[in-house]
Write a protein that binds this ligand. Structure first.
Ligand code: IPM
Ligand code: MG
Length: 350
């Protein structure tokens, strides 16, 4: 019997509803694959802020550090100043745990093509793009100034920070059996991007056998729509990765389908979170889409060395969709299931 402890932040809004489905699915796969999972409550976000005066309490941070992995549902409430929870609960967790990799795979599953805004002839060539986003520096360094007539943001790129994320992208590509790594920057304008590009040119020499390419971010935003079949693993900085990963999520049809992971492979720390928000407008109605959360949990299993169980969970989601199970947001006229029933259908197929 393999044992894992998972820190669980059920978050705000639809967070608790989708977290319940994640726990259901993990319990099920635990039974079939002889994995014992202990879930440790780790409050963070808007509800935690209201209760403890801190969106990321020290106790939670300790639980995050002590557990084998972290599952984090979306956080954010409408009645607190915008940005407060984002900074405390999300960015601080990434910084404190040095989760320098933000990994966001996006693929169009067979049968789900109609959700994508792309043209049929483009989809026919397949869409399977993973954004590897630098998650610890760049424009997210929080260095800058703001006065009444002027504001600045300092974008910080260090050799250590840039090199480690580019190496991760190649290592990930190799492990996933991919053949191409694309780097995205704005080297025609930004010093930071010129530095990034020079590091990419240098590091790619350590990985012979890969096809590589450097592309400007504005061009990339077009190519992802026009010729996405050219891309497999895309490595980029924090800001560009934030933007492009929303684009890839929308291309596969919905933020509700796209999983995400924040990782530090050296310290073996991983925080797994759906990439969508807490959607307070539909909270408590039982209509949220748990797919992104469940697929994030699959990434967590993979990170914990349980690749077979991870594939099982992903396959169960795919099978449920192929069998016509839908949630409201992706129903497009088909009958659809409430959150918990959809989770049942996934669990059943494990
Ligand atoms: C994301 C989000 C966050 C980010 C926000 C909520 C701070 O957009 O995870 O992509 O900008 O990184
Ligand atoms: Mg974002």
């Amino acid at each position: 019997m393999t044992k894992f402890s998972i820190a669980v932040t059920e978050g705000d809004g639809i967070g608790p509803e989708i977290t319940a489905e994640v726990i259901k699915v993990l319990k099920k796969v635990g039974e079939t694959d002889r994995i014992e999972v202990e879930f440790v409550d780790a409050p963070s976000g808007g509800a935690a802020y209201k209760k403890y005066g801190n969106a990321l309490p020290d106790d939670t941070l300790k639980i995050y550090r002590d557990c084998d992995a972290i599952f984090k549902a979306p956080v954010g409430v409408p009645d607190l100043p915008p940005g407060l929870i984002e900074h405390e609960a999300i960015l601080r967790a990434r910084q404190e745990l040095d989760l320098y990799v933000n990994l966001r795979p996006a693929k169009i599953y067979p049968g789900m093509e109609n959700l994508s805004p792309l043209k049929d002839r483009v989809i026919a060539k397949g869409f399977d793009v993973t954004i590897v986003r630098e998650n610890s520096e760049g424009l997210y360094s929080r260095r800058g100034t703001k006065t009444a007539d002027r504001a600045t943001d300092e974008s910080v790129f260090t050799k250590r920070g840039v090199d480690r994320i580019i190496r991760f992208a190649f290592d990930y590509a190799r492990k996933a059996g991919k053949t191409k790594v694309t780097s995205v920057d704005k080297a025609n304008i930004l010093f930071t991007s010129q530095y990034w590009r020079s590091r990419f040119e240098e590091i790619k020499k350590e990985y012979p056998g890969f096809e590589t390419e450097s592309i400007y971010v504005d061009a990339m935003s077009q190519y992802l729509i026009r010729c996405p079949e050219r891309y497999q693993v895309v490595v980029t900085d924090n800001m560009f990765g934030d933007i492009l990963s929303d684009e890839t999520a929308q291309i596969i049809g919905s933020l509700g389908l796209c999983a995400g992971a924040n990782l530090n492979p050296e310290t073996k720390t991983g925080m797994f979170e759906p990439i969508h928000g807490s959607a307070p407008d539909i909270a408590g109605k039982g209509i949220a889409n748990p797919i992104s959360a469940i697929l994030s949990a699959a990434m967590m299993l993979d990170f914990l060395g349980q690749a077979k169980s991870a594939s099982k969970v992903e396959a169960a989601v795919q099978k449920a969709l192929a069998d016509g199970c839908r949630t409201g947001d992706i129903a497009q006229g088909m009958p659809w299931l409430p959150t918990s029933k959809f989770g049942d259908e996934v669990a059943k197929r494990i």
